[in-house]
Design a binder for this molecule. Sequence first.
Ligand code: NAP
Length: 293
Amino acid sequence: MELIEGKKVAAEMKKEIAEEANSIKASGGKTPHLAAVLVGHDGASETYVAHKVKACEEVGFKSTLVRFEEDVTEEELLAKVDELNNDKDLDGFIVQLPLPDHISEQKVIEAIRPSKDVDGFHPVNVGRMVIGLPAFVSATPAGIMILLERYKINTSGQNCVIVGRSNIVGRPLSILLSQKTPTANATVTVCHSRTKNLNEVCANADILIAALGSPEFLTADMVGEGAVVIDVGTTRVKSDKTKSGWKLKGDVKFDEVSPKCSYITPVPGGVGPMTIVSLLKNTLLASKKEIYR
Ligand code: NAP
């Protein structure tokens, strides 16, 4: 079994991104600039946004954090999105999800100008990705594709099973893996809460991706010998062993599944760091106007 060390790959990629940002600045270009909009004080969202801001600092990007209280109106938030769309210094921005119930996430996503949508959630970017045009690709699926590539894991013709069909992970990943490209070409099955014989479907996978958000859901009997297992799950569970009082749990029962695998991602340190670095990569692409000119 080989561990897929997302943390290590992300560190290498950050170095590459920092070098490129530096050379852009050295040749008179502007510093890539990412903004994050955070509504309310949800602990997980605070942590994710703090990691994104810190990552920007590490690679020499400019970052701006825009905060709103939980009771911000949809109108006020949309006005801010409009302002950020028109801010010439800003290359890209994200609105951290989830948003409070009184705000339509879809409305907010669709208000972001596709050329600044570095999360890749806008229907224009999703649509472009689906038909293989250059697009901002949602950070987690993009990060997983990079991991598979960097570890030289063959996907061509492989039986790939994804558990979870969300718009931000399972669904876009299924499209990327099935694309007619040298680093994809997989045969993909997308599973969800209505899937019949889930254990059997999973056990037949060459590459198994767990993205359902149910801690330690995937057990050894659901994994075939020699499978590649990618654990996307990150659920905060209470812990009296950490200072924060919680720890992250993946969707895979690591101890019993890992001995059966050829490759597996740990939680933490697997997919998570790749999500952040993919966002930095998208911001760099936005600053270079490589997707939208
Ligand atoms: P989501 O929107 O809640 O979607 C969960 C998906 O899993 C749904 O399609 C659901 O099926 C399916 N599902 C739930 N229980 C199931 C079961 N018992 N059997 C089969 N399918 C089941 O989740 P998400 O936003 O994609 O996130 C999934 C996990 O990844 C979460 O732990 C999240 O925190 C984590 N995540 C991590 C990163 C990272 O950077 N590491 C990034 C994003 C998300 P239905 O569609 O039928 O409801």
